[in-house]
Design a protein around this ligand. Structure first.
Ligand code: URP
Ligand code: ZN
Ligand code: ZN
Length: 489
């Protein structure tokens, strides 16, 4: 494949008011293969003012920026609906902020993220949301939205739900784990599910039984079993399956839809399958780490296993085939990253001598698209349409961004990633854009790389390098959750 050629047919006239300086009036992407969640077809794409205005056979015209996409595969820009940038957590702050995190996202083909606002106990969720707006504004380089974690269901929190929904925050997360800090009980979860439903918001859960986890943790500590290899022991799949079952039952009682984040194992997948087969609107995401890594990594010598300490933990390798199948069969709708990065030296090592103090999370936002393209599409585990669906279309539909985001259609934002299937690479800490000193996916081979990434029509990444402006990302005020998108009334 020849290098990407971009050329203007003629010097471009001064931009019209409202368009950032330097952006051509029209961009024409010629001769690529377009993949949406529904179809794959060869076509040209014409972009004007950040939107797709024509798809088909488009002749080049004066003043157009022409991108020759012959041999390239064009997908909707990725949407990662699970990130934690600049998150105060477990005695430290996650290493990627909205600038480094979204630059990494952009270089890896992701053009929108949804990050979790996590309020302190007693803090109004409206105030916490303001704090997150401050962290992101002027720093994020891709478009961004927020979920809010509801760490308590006080009358004030419930009363503030419609206020944040009006601000475009139309999804919440409840933790069934992290006992003593973020965890809420079933009574509170029911109250949240009912209130969210009334206001058109979607509740997601971190499904692990926090009581079971702390019971095991206490025994491990008493037995001085405190190295990283005991982290998965303290987070058994049984506890994830139980919490998924309970969350689904509570959602059924509240007649509310439910989304399960970072689903890692068959025990939880079985619950989702059963609920969906019974007609309940239950949705779930998994993450690249659960599809591609497994719990043998905790057996690495010394403290190295700390690199993969996250919740839920990596599971036995036998879970991977069912998770891929769950995606292919539509039981799982999204792959997000749960990107929550901590440096190995200086952050993860806070837990040397006690795995309970290792900050939980891994870096992944920049790797998700490339890993799924190479190890999903190119290995025949996912069709290109399924890749578009789980990385962009479904997240957009579930989280109130569709059809502005998540698809390639006339009227949609020109958020696009162009893959060259012939380019190869290897994931490595040496080349990562994440603000950390290791890669969770070190050595993973990539067959096909994103050579161009466009956000609202602007080229923001080229051959893995960020080439867009500083802080150009816009806040995404998201629409309420709509069951009709999923065929439910
Ligand atoms: O280990 C994880 N997942 N860290 C981030 C917080 C969460 O539970 O999503
Ligand atoms: Zn979680
Ligand atoms: Zn998370």
């Amino acid at each position: 494949m020849a290098p990407i050629r971009t050329a203007r047919t003629k010097p471009v006239a001064a931009p019209a008011a409202g368009r950032p300086t330097g952006l051509p009036r029209y961009t024409l992407i010629r001769r690529g293969t377009i993949h949406t969640a529904a179809d794959s077809f060869p076509a040209d794409l014409l972009i004007e003012k950040g939107k797709i205005v024509q798809i088909g056979d488009v002749p080049p015209g004066p003043g157009m920026l022409i991108i020759d996409a012959k041999g390239l595969e064009i997908f909707p820009g990725g949407i990662d609906v699970h990130t934690h940038f600049e998150l105060p957590f477990m005695g430290t702050v996650s290493a990627d902020d909205f600038e480094t995190g979204t630059v990494a996202a952009a270089c890896g083909g992701t053009t929108a993220i949804v990050d979790f606002v996590i309020p302190g106990k007693g803090q109004r969720i409206t105030e916490a949301a303001k704090a997150w707006h401050k962290k992101a504004a002027g720093k994020a380089v891709v478009d961004y939205g927020f979920h809010i974690a509801l760490v308590e269901a006080t009358p004030q929190v419930l009363a503030d739900i419609p206020k944040v929904v009006a601000d475009g925050i139309t999804s919440f997360k409840c933790f069934m784990a992290y006992k003593g800090s973020l965890m809420i009980d079933d009574t509170q979860l029911l109250a949240v599910l009912a209130a969210a439903r009334r206001h058109g918001a979607l509740v997601s859960v971190h499904a692990e039984n926090g009581d079971m986890l702390s019971w095991v943790m206490e025994q491990l500590v008493a037995a001085k079993k405190t190295s990283p290899r005991y982290h998965p022991v303290a987070h058994p799949a049984l506890a994830e399956g139980e919490a998924a079952h309970r969350a689904i039952a509570l959602a059924a009682m509240a007649e509310a839809p439910l989304y399960i984040v970072h689903l890692s194992c068959m025990e939880a997948l079985d619950e989702v399958v059963a609920a969906r087969m019974a007609g309940q609107p239950v949705f779930a995401e998994t993450c690249p780490q659960y599809l591609l890594l497994d719990d043998r990594l905790y057996e690495k010598p010394g403290f190295e296993g700390a690199k993969w300490v996250m919740s839920p933990p990596l599971r036995h390798v036998s879970n991977q085939v069912p998770l891929w199948s769950g995606l292919r069969e539509g039981f799982l709708q999204c792959v997000a990253t749960d990107h929550c990065s901590f440096r190995f030296k200086g952050q993860k090592d806070m837990g040397k001598g006690n795995f309970l103090r290792i900050p939980n999370g891994i870096p992944a936002v920049g790797d998700r698209m490339n890993l799924l393209y190479s190890h999903g599409v190119r290995k025949g585990r996912l069709s290109p349409q399924q890749f578009a669906a789980i990385t962009a279309t479904n997240p957009a539909r579930l989280f109130g961004m569709y059809p502005d985001k998540g698809t390639i259609a006339v009227g949609s934002d020109a958020d696009l990633v162009l893959y060259d299937p012939k380019k190869t690479g290897v994931v490595s800490a040496k080349t990562t854009r994440h603000n950390v000193d290791y890669s969770a996916f070190e050595g993973f081979r990539l067959n096909g790389l994103p050579v161009l990434v466009l956000s609202r029509g602007e080229v923001i990444a080229r051959d893995g390098d960020y080439v867009g402006g500083k802080g150009r990302g816009r806040y995404l005020a998201r629409r309420p959750f709509d069951l009709a998108h999923w065929g439910y009334r």
